[in-house]
Each structure stands twice: as structure tokens, then as C-alpha cells.
Ligand binder design. Structure first.
Ligand code: NDP
Length: 479
């Protein structure tokens, strides 16, 4: 018997993907650097399907049907390179090496270029949904060559999450496209969680609503336009009481948020692409500030707030809901803008409707909203330049704007930090503004650095002789 796919790296994600594949009828060859994880998987879950136990990469490779498919699920970074280096000499042209971990898309581009020289396919696959998703059906974002998808795609589609029966797995684009899209997914996830946190803080610190009561509010919100996995689990976490103390669970957890780095990657990449991803960036910085606990403790006594007393409107809870919704829309708009910029930069033909469609189930940011986003990009001739310019969203966000302004203004008066609510509103206002102060920035740049400028009334590139008679000359365009 030979296996249709091999998995090397059997920690939580690899083990669960291997089990998912076996449960879907595939024969799976198993390998892990240390044999204990392989044996533990076989002992506990061997009945899930057909597995082949192997003790070395050579045995793994020998157990596979051709062209071989090897899924690497080891720790991201150097371990992936190390496994690739050990594996590739054992493979033959046409075989497919798959990296399903959270690798940086630039690493994936580098690895794909190197392996394609050896006539091997290298497929970087973004997998979202955590441990449970890997077992029950994740959202899957495969990159790599189209040819490799023809061989691998049906398997991935079979084990992926389904939304109304449609697999949440589509070929994303060449080389690092899959990992790029997964990275942006994670950036949106950061922003999504931060706006939920800001809403929680406003309701608690602004309106005095206790977590248990908020659990009901979030549960109600989950049946409307905000309906999503993250809102659903927010209700669960807020409704949870700590067993030891009887206090709300959120009150016994240290308020320093961790991060594994994909949010940071998103922001670095946005900066490189020149994509204004302010909401996602603020969400990453909010985690960083939360972790500077020592400074925060010192600041509590030293920095004055001079907060105002504010009478909250009766509509405050609904206002917060609308502000959360609008800020969330901006995060998606910014994430999608990044995808558009990256597609141009890397020559990927990213299909935004398909990407939105495969985030509708299985992954952490799954939300009702994604169905509407998918529809907004479905018709080729009507694709909006920005998500917020899609008619359905222009209207939806317009309905939220008055509440959004009230909430941000109230937060400022009360001294409650709402970095993503406010950055998102600033983005919205920046986007719709006829004239931005960037004209002054250009003037300053021309004065101190002769960086030149364009005029509103005529074509060409100009420079003012600031140090002479301030006359204007046409500048040679160096771009
Ligand atoms: P880990 O990231 O914790 O990695 C542990 C696995 O890597 C073990 O199988 C370990 O082998 C192996 N490993 C580490 N170094 C080496 C090496 N130098 N050579 C060979 N094998 C090595 O596992 P996870 O299952 O948590 O994650 C796997 C990938 O999936 C990561 O890229 C992660 O970021 C990504 N991911 C994880 C999610 C999650 O929820 N955990 C969600 C989505 C993606 P050994 O047992 O011998 O130590």
C-alpha cells in the first residue's frame, strides 16, 4: 500500500491535518523528527483512517505514490528550510513539497524559486482555523504553481471547511500568494479583535456595563450584521466566571496581549507596499502597548487625564455597535487594498471574490459580512476600487457614520483609548476628503529637498526656486 500524501511534523496542526486527510479517505504517511509524536498519534487516533508509520524522511518518501505529495508542518522559520534541505535530495522531478505552516511569504517565494530549479513544485499553503479547524475543516489558501494545484487541490478542497457546501479552498496564485493572503487574514484578525476590545472597554469603562451583561449584548450583536465567529466567542469569554475567585474571567487575565508575529508582518508589508493599513497597524501597536506593562503602571500615577464628564446618549450601546461595524469594514477594506497592491507588485492575479469566499467558514475571521464582500467583487466590470466604494458598503457605512463620530468623540472625552475606531474613522474621512494637507507636505518637501510637485491646473513636474526669487521652473522628471 502506498500513501497519497505524507505529513512531516506532527504537533497539533500537523497531527490534526493528517487525521483530517485520513478521515476523508486518504492514506496518509506519518513522520515526525522524534518518533514519540508519530506513535502517540497512531495510538490515540489510528482508527481515524489509513496511516503508514515511518521513522525517517527516506521511509516517508518511499511510502508515497507518485508524483509524491509531502506536507511539511514543522515550526515556521529555519526548521522549514532544514526539512526542505533533507527532503529534496530524496524526491524526483514533479513531486510536490507543501508548507502548511505560517511561513513568511517572502520565504515561500525564495523556497519556490529554489525548488522550481530542481523541477519540484513548492506550494506554500495558508491554513486558518487553529487546531480545531485543522481537524474539522480549515480555510485553506494554497499558492504555488497552477499545475501543482491540479494534483493537490482536490485533496485540500475535500478536507477544507465548507460554506453552503462550497469548499473554503481555492488556488490563490503563484509562489507566495497563499501565504501572503493568510498573512493579511491574520492582520484583519488582529484588527477585528482590537475593535471588539475597544467596544468592550467603552461599554465597561464608559457605560459601566459588566462583562456578564455584555455577554448578552455581544450575543445579540451576533445575530445581526456583526454576526461572526469572533463576536460569538466574545460573548462566551465575557460570560465566563473564574472558578477560583468567582470574578468575571476577563478581570483575572493579565491585560498584556501576546503576538506570534503575523500581524507585525502584515504591517511591515503594508508599509513596503505603501498601502494605508492604519487600522491593522493600530491593532498591532495596541498589543505592543498592552505588553509594556511596566511603563503603563508608572504612567497611571504620573500622567494626568483631565477627562470630561460626559452624559452618554440613550443610544450609546447601539452607537458602539455601529462604530464597531464601521471600523471592522475599514479593516477589511484596508486588508483588501493590501491584496490589490500586492497583486500588482508580485504579478499575482488575486481573485478578491474567491478570497472572501474562502474566509466564510473554517477560519478565525469567518463572518456573515464576507458573503457580502464576495458579492461586491463578483462581477468583473463592477469591481470597486475600494471595498467602501461598493454600493452596498457605501450605504452601510454611511448609516453608521453619525454614531461612529459620537463614539470616537465620547471616547476622547472620557480618556478611553480607541486607536482602531479612531484610525479607521480618520481613514474614512481621509478617503472622502476633496483636498488633503498632502499639498502642504509636497510644498515643504520641495522647499527643503527640491523634491518637486505636480500642479492642479497643468501637466508636468515643477520646482520653486525657494532660495532665489521663488519663481517656478519645470523640473526634469527623474521617475
Ligand atoms: P509547532 O510550530 O509547535 O512546531 C512543532 C513541530 O515542529 C514538531 O513536530 C517538531 O518536531 C517540529 N520541528 C521543530 N523544529 C524542527 C526541525 N528543526 N526539524 C524537524 N522538525 C522540527 O507546531 P504547530 O502544530 O503548532 O504548528 C505548525 C505550523 O502551523 C507552524 O508554522 C504554525 O505557525 C502553523 N499554524 C499553527 C496554528 C496553531 O493554532 N497552532 C494555526 C495555524 C498555523 P519534534 O516533535 O521532533 O520537536
Amino acid at each position: 500500500m502506498s500513501a497519497q500524501i505524507g505529513v512531516t511534523g506532527l504537533a497539533v496542526m500537523g497531527a490534526n491535518l493528517a487525521r483530517n486527510l485520513a478521515r476523508n479517505g486518504y492514506t496518509v504517511a506519518l513522520h515526525n523528527r522524534s518518533i514519540e509524536k508519530t506513535d502517540s498519534l497512531l495510538e490515540k487516533h489510528g482508527a481515524d483512517g489509513e496511516f503508514i508509520r515511518t521513522e525517517s524522511l527516506q521511509e516517508l518518501v518511499d511510502s508515497l505514490e507518485k508524483p509524491r505529495r509531502v506536507l511539511i508542518m514543522v515550526k515556521a522559520g529555519k526548521p522549514v528550510d532544514s526539512v526542505i534541505d533533507q527532503l529534496t535530495p530524496l524526491l524526483e522531478p514533479g513531486d510536490i513539497v507543501i508548507d502548511g505552516g505560517n511561513s513568511h511569504y517572502e520565504d515561500t517565494r525564495r523556497r519556490e524559486a529554489a525548488l522550481s530549479k530542481q523541477d519540484l513544485h513548492f506550494v506554500g499553503v495558508g491554513v486558518s482555523g487553529g487546531e480545531e479547524g485543522a481537524l474539522l475543516g480549515p480555510s485553506i489558501m494554497p499558492g504555488g504553481s497552477r499545475e501543482s494545484y491540479d494534483s493537490l487541490g482536490p485533496m485540500l478542497e475535500k478536507i477544507s471547511a465548507k460554506y453552503n457546501g462550497e469548499p473554503c479552498c481555492r488556488w490563490i496564485g503563484t509562489d507566495g500568494a497563499g501565504h501572503f493572503v493568510k498573512m493579511v487574514h491574520n492582520g484583519i484578525e488582529y484588527a477585528d479583535m482590537q475593535v471588539i476590545g475597544e467596544a468592550f472597554d467603552l461599554l465597561r469603562s464608559g457605560a459601566g456595563i459588566e462583562p456578564a451583561e455584555q455577554a448578552k449584548i455581544f450575543s445579540d450583536w451576533n445575530s445581526g450584521t456583526l454576526s461572526s465567529f469572533l463576536i460569538e466567542i466574545t460573548a462566551e469569554v465575557l460570560g465566563h466566571t473564574d472558578e477560583r475567585t468567582g470574578k468575571p474571567f476577563v478581570d483575572v487575565v493579565v491585560d498584556a496581549a501576546g503576538q506570534k508575529g503575523t500581524g507585525r508582518w502584515t504591517v511591515v508589508s503594508a508599509l513596503e507596499l505603501g498601502s494605508p493599513t492604519s487600522g491593522i497597524a493600530e491593532s498591532v501597536f495596541a498589543r505592543a502597548l498592552s505588553s509594556q506593562k511596566d511603563q503603563r503602571v508608572l504612567a497611571q500615577d504620573l500622567l494626568q487625564g483631565h477627562e470630561d464628564t460626559v452624559e452618554l446618549p440613550d443610544t450609546f450601546v447601539e452607537d458602539v455597535r455601529l462604530a464597531l461595524y464601521a471600523s471592522k469594514l475599514v479593516s477589511y477594506a484596508q486588508g483588501i487594498d493590501m491584496l490589490t497592491s500586492a497583486a500588482k507588485e508580485y504579478g499575482w492575479e488575486l481573485k478578491l471574490d474567491e478570497i472572501a469566499s474562502l474566509w466564510r467558514a473554517g477560519c478565525i475571521i469567518r463572518a456573515e459580512l464576507l458573503d457580502d464582500i464576495m458579492k461586491a467583487y463578483a462581477v468583473a466590470d463592477e469591481r470597486p476600487a475600494n471595498l467602501l466604494l461598493a454600493p452596498a458598503f457605501t450605504e452601510a457605512i454611511a448609516g453608521a457614520v453619525p454614531a461612529w463620530r459620537r463614539v470616537v468623540a465620547t471616547a476622547v472625552q472620557l480618556g478611553i483609548p480607541v486607536p482602531v475606531f479612531s484610525a479607521s474613522l480618520a481613514y474614512y474621512d481621509g478617503l472622502r476628503r476633496t483636498r488633503l494637507p498632502a499639498a502642504l507636505t509636497q510644498g515643504l518637501r520641495d522647499l527643503f529637498g527640491a523634491h518637486t510637485y505636480n500642479r492642479v491646473d497643468t501637466e508636468g513636474t515643477f520646482h520653486t526656486l525657494w532660495g532665489e526669487d521663488k519663481s517656478e521652473i519645470e523640473a526634469v522628471d527623474t521617475h
